[in-house]
Design a protein around this ligand. Sequence first.
Ligand SMILES: Nc1ncnc2c1ncn2[C@@H]1O[C@H](COP(=O)(O)OP(=O)(O)OP(=O)(O)O)[C@@H](O)[C@H]1O
Ligand SMILES: [Mg+2]
Length: 230
Amino acid sequence: MTNKDAVLEAKGVFRSFQTGSVILDVLKGVDLEIYQGEIVALIGPSGSGKSTLLHILGALDRPDKGSINLDSVEVFSLNDKELAHLRNRTVGFVFQFHHLLPEFSALENVMLPKLIAGEGIKSIENKAMELLDEVGLKDRKDHKPGELSGGEQQRVAVARALINDPKIVIADEPSGNLDRNTAESLHNLILELNRSRNQTFVLATHNLELAQRANRIFRLKDGQVERAKF
Ligand SMILES: Nc1ncnc2c1ncn2[C@@H]1O[C@H](COP(=O)(O)OP(=O)(O)OP(=O)(O)O)[C@@H](O)[C@H]1O
Ligand SMILES: [Mg+2]
């Protein structure tokens, strides 16, 4: 790691997609450092490559070229099993559509990533309850996702993202599917978690109110990121 404070460092990241005979160069040399305790917002028009970049930053996808250093580990030097382990331990994800498992309760959904990490079930349950309390949903613990509002589902997804004490939470349009007030309340929660836990976030968003509350804003343009100011 060139910079000791960076929890996540992307260097010279390239990613293209081939569909039939058409090659689409989406990321063309992205450099980005994210520091402990900050909120970084990623903006840019639809199709500019925000999700593509977030997937690579979170080690869900491999770049064609370039490196990702996550928590002092050179991510793409790992094999798939090591990579899955690192991801589970280090990264929390929140997506636009919550991706909660419909047949499990809110509490069970929050517990799941830690069950995979393999710990005693009672301590996992206690921790999941604390997190549900923290996101204001203690009394919804037995509700299945289909029995929760959109905003509540996203709060459960945030709690789930935090269960393994990740170095970084990667959120792809976390409020993209919420009405204005519910979105603002989710943004407040993200800021509160950033303050209270010094939790690092990188978020892709079309919501400029959320972007403006971040510590730094980057815009994806022509396959690269540039610092944006408002
Ligand atoms: N698996 C894939 N195969 C082919 N093309 C892809 C694939 N994934 C993404 N793309 C293309 O790459 C471009 C960037 O997509 P991406 O989802 O990263 O954009 P985005 O900035 O997240 O957009 P949005 O704001 O709409 O979510 C798009 O033009 C998309 O069609
Ligand atoms: Mg996207």
